[in-house]
Design a protein around this ligand. Structure first.
Ligand code: PMP
Length: 302
């Protein structure tokens, strides 16, 4: 196995509270509100061919997530978007994964955090396929998590907030220990929700079916895939999906900025075969993220 360089020991620079600093100097104190009380929000986005896909949407979501948590980011959205680009450019990256993160600092160390400062950092690194590329084309295997996505009045489910990932990491570890690539989670009502870091789609009779994002992240990739499908006359049904419906679906795939469009062959007892619609949308997404900058500008203007 290739040696993994820990993330705090890598070379280069990252954006930290308004300026570029050496990667290994990006330190915070152990008595930090974000660490102790999960007052932390973040983003995950990718640069393709020198352009960060849906950069403005990711930055806007970071600010919305912070607002939901009662945190005021002391920068403008334009400054954070520029920081994302700078974090790539400083390494000469044209293809990269970018991680903006905002957290409460160390001024107060109890549940109340009214006086804490909000800090922001943006780091970029090169990151290939989220799943093993060989396994990805066959379709990945998902475990069924024993954890449920919580109700929107139980946790701030619309925010991309660190605290919501506790159950994702536990689920993913349990899945991996059983030989699965990831886990699918049901929600608090027993409806299909999502994977641990990606939204989910199914195919039945030439149409897409995907859960309503009413208690989990309405992913930026999910919204792109819905648009790409509709543009190709593939009907899309956003609806609550019960356990019994899983028997009737033929194809399944998960989508996210990191996962992109990844076919699924198995979820616990349910079987799927990556087919034509999955392939069409994998290609459509690949083409969309890699569109030349000039075409993106034209599309935005129209
Ligand atoms: N759900 C969860 C739990 C996630 O972590 C992600 C990845 N951010 C998604 C869905 C997909 O979101 P997006 O397409 O915006 O990356």
């Amino acid at each position: 196995m290739a040696e993994i360089i820990p993330f705090d020991q890598r070379q280069g620079q990252l954006w930290f509270n308004g300026r570029m600093i050496d990667w290994t100097d990006a330190k915070i104190h152990v008595l930090n509100h974000g660490l102790h009380y999960a007052s932390c929000v973040f983003e995950g986005e990718r640069m393709y061919n020198g352009r960060i896909y849906k950069l403005e949407e990711h930055t806007a979501r970071l600010f919305t997530s912070a607002q939901i948590m009662g945190m005021t980011i002391p920068y403008t959205e334009a400054e954070i978007s520029a920081a994302c680009i700078q974090a790539c450019e400083v390494h000469g990256f044209k293809d990269a994964y970018i991680r903006p993160v905002a957290w409460r600092g160390s001024e107060m160390m109890a549940v109340a955090a009214q006086q804490t400062k909000v800090h922001v950092a943006v780091a970029a690194w090169q990151w290939g396929s989220y799943f093993d590329p060989k396994e990805k084309m066959k379709g990945i295997r998902l475990d069924v998590s024993r954890w449920k996505r919580p109700a929107p009045d139980t946790a701030p489910t619309a925010a991309k907030a660190s605290g919501l990932y506790m159950i994702c990491t536990i689920s993913k570890h349990e899945a991996e220990s059983k030989g699965y690539a990831d886990a699918m989670m049901f929600d608090y009502r027993g409806y299909v929700a999502e994977a641990t870091g990606a939204n989910i789609f199914f195919v039945h009779d030439g149409a897409l079916h995907t859960p309503i994002a009413d208690c989990f992240l309405n992913g930026i990739t999910r919204k792109s895939v819905i648009e790409l499908a509709k543009a190709r006359q593939i009907p899309v049904h956003e609806k609550h999906i019960g356990r019994s419906e899983l028997d009737g679906f033929t194809e399944c795939f998960i989508v996210g900025s990191a996962a992109e469009v990844t076919p699924v062959s198995e979820i616990g007892p349910w079987r799927f075969r990556p087919g034509q619609i999955t392939e069409t949308l994998m290609t459509a997404y690949h083409d969309d993220v890699n569109r030349p900058v000039s075409q993106v500008k034209l599309a935005k203007a129209s």
